[in-house]
Design a protein around this ligand. Structure first.
Ligand code: SF4
Length: 166
């Protein structure tokens, strides 16, 4: 039987750990298209954690709205062909700096994004195809031993925490 997320992530619900979260999941309109990707109920994580919203693409110097970008090999390229790897790396660096300064327990990042994707990213062809892979910020945080989960897992974790309180 697979471990519950609470166990896998060693969550102690008697502590208020700090958690990085993709700002667009909380309703911030910081996506490339100027919209958010709000996930209903995810803000209830606040009952258990101190949430620190981040948007690595904006932190890295990109404007909103912006051209969509995808990871292609070792680079991040916009749909118009501009190399934005540096901005993506800057955003990842700043996210990791915040994570270390604030001693965050984990990060909840938005699936499929070239910055925040946890298990899936677009394949670099701008044809809406997803492949297994990690966004630039996710990769950096994981390399630095900060666990990263996606929005679906965050809702699962929330349910586990709520069930424990019954
Ligand atoms: Fe959301 Fe991350 Fe994209 Fe910012 S970089 S809009 S937080 S998925």
């Amino acid at each position: 039987m697979s471990l519950k997320l609470i166990e896998r992530l060693a969550i102690n619900k008697n502590r208020r750990d700090k958690v990085l979260i993709s700002a667009c999941l909380l309703g911030e309109s910081c996506r490339y298209d100027g919209k958010s990707k709000k996930v209903e109920g995810i803000e209830k994580l606040l009952n258990y954690f101190d949430l620190i919203p981040i948007c690595p693409e904006v932190m890295g110097g990109l404007k909103t709205p912006r051209d969509p970008s995808e990871i292609k090999g070792l680079m991040v390229i916009t749909k118009k062909g501009k190399n934005v790897t540096e901005e993506y790396n800057n955003g990842a660096y700043l996210a990791s700096t915040i994570a270390h300064i604030k001693h965050v327990k984990l990060a909840v990042l938005k699936e499929n994004s070239p910055s925040c994707g946890v298990y899936k990213i677009h394949d670099g062809s701008f044809t809406n195809k997803l492949i297994s892979g990690e966004g630039i910020t996710t990769k950096r945080l994981k390399k630095e031993n900060i666990p990263v989960i996606n929005e679906e897992e965050a809702l699962e974790l929330l349910k586990e925490l709520q069930d424990e309180n019954i």
